[in-house]
Design a protein around this ligand. Structure first.
Ligand code: AMP
Ligand code: MG
Length: 331
């Protein structure tokens, strides 16, 4: 099996980062931080998760560069020393004995710019920071890109229920996909995972769609009009983060729309690499709003693409034309 070792290390690293995030969320996110709109808990978890994952990747694959979202320069701002102390405290709970300089070095090892050649990892240590702060959905997203193609993706979704219809049931999901080898999902707390497949519905009347909670990240007004054209009557499933790809990959919804809210916004590779391979390996289709394949070879952003449309693959063209009808000549 290709990428067996990479997959094992990536799963282990994502699981460790999820433990850190869960720990930070339960100890630092409170009613008080939420009302004060204090973002420091997510900063601690974001940098902590990046440190844990980059350290593990660098130990296992010293020659692989990493494109990670966070840059430790932010920690040199006012209040940075207190944050650094908290980050080291939380990372030490996962990696006993780690020093502050080792934590900083691990964070800084994620500064690669990406591109078309060779292989590199891309990491969003906490995708969906707003969801994390609300106590809702977020994801730890790690992917391996080889010559511009995503070949492996792992998503840790610590707050995602195994069964969306049973939100009080078991939660904390791990999903992964490997090129040519399908996608799997299980619980973060367990070591087993089962194959997952997109939904098999073929009529958009029966579809449900998911989109961002934040209307600043995807236009809710446009998606409502698209849903009307497609005859979708189910209410939108709104989730933060790449949990949307997780939900499409395991068949809980069959359309994910990410509709541009700003002309100049370029999607980041770490926001889509892991999620998109999980959906395609589960049998689905992922493109931009113009039906173009996502191009991960252009650096840190998907600069050749606009927005995202992911479906179970059965009616992708129909969704793309409804998107075109609503967005018209807007680019
Ligand atoms: P979501 O949780 O799906 O709403 O997406 C969270 C991600 O949206 C973050 O990781 C950001 O990188 C990204 N983001 C920030 N601004 C925008 C924007 N204007 N349009 C689309 N995505 C954005
Ligand atoms: Mg993100």
């Amino acid at each position: 099996m290709n990428f067996e070792n990479e997959l094992r290390i990536a799963i282990d690293a994502v699981k460790q980062a999820c433990r850190l995030c869960t720990r930070v969320q339960s100890s630092l996110v409170s009613q008080e931080t939420m009302t004060k709109k204090d973002k420091s808990p997510v900063t601690v978890a974001d940098f902590g998760a990046q440190a844990v994952i980059c350290r593990e990747l660098k130990n296992a694959f010293p020659d692989d560069p990493i494109v990670a979202e966070e840059d430790s320069a932010e920690l040199n701002d006012e209040g940075g020393e207190t944050l650094k102390g908290k980050i080291v405290e939380h990372v030490s709970a996962i990696v006993p004995g780690i020093t502050q300089s080792e934590v900083t070095a691990a964070i800084d090892s994620g500064a690669y710019e990406g591109g078309a050649e060779g292989r590199f990892w891309t990491l969003d240590p906490i995708d969906g920071t707003k969801g994390f702060l609300r106590g809702e959905q977020y994801a730890v997203a790690l992917a391996l890109i080889e010559n511009g193609q995503v070949v492996l993706g792992v998503l840790g979704c610590p707050d995602l229920a195994l069964d969306l219809d049973n939100p009080g049931g078991p939660k904390g999901c791990l999903l992964y996909g490997v090129k040519g080898q399908g996608s799997n999902a299980g619980l973060l707390a367990e070591n087993s995972a089962n194959s997952i497949y997109v939904s098999d519905i073929s009529d958009t009347n029966d579809a449900s769609f998911c989109e961002s909670v934040e209307s600043g990240h995807s236009s809710h007004g446009d998606s409502e009009r698209i849903a009307q054209i497609l005859g979708v009557t189910n209410p939108p499933v709104r989730l933060d983060s790449q949990c949307k790809y997780a939900v499409i990959g395991r068949g809980d919804a069959s359309i994910y729309l990410r509709l541009p809210t700003r002309k100049d916004y370029e999607e980041k590779i770490w926001d889509h690499a892991a999620g998109s391979i999980i959906v395609t390996e589960a049998g689905g289709t992922v493109t931009d709003i113009h039906a173009l394949a996502l191009d991960f070879s252009l650096g840190q952003t998907l600069s050749a693409n606009k927005g995202i449309v992911a479906t179970n693959g059965r009616f992708h063209d129909k969704v793309i034309s409804a998107v075109g009808e609503v967005l018209g000549s807007r680019d």
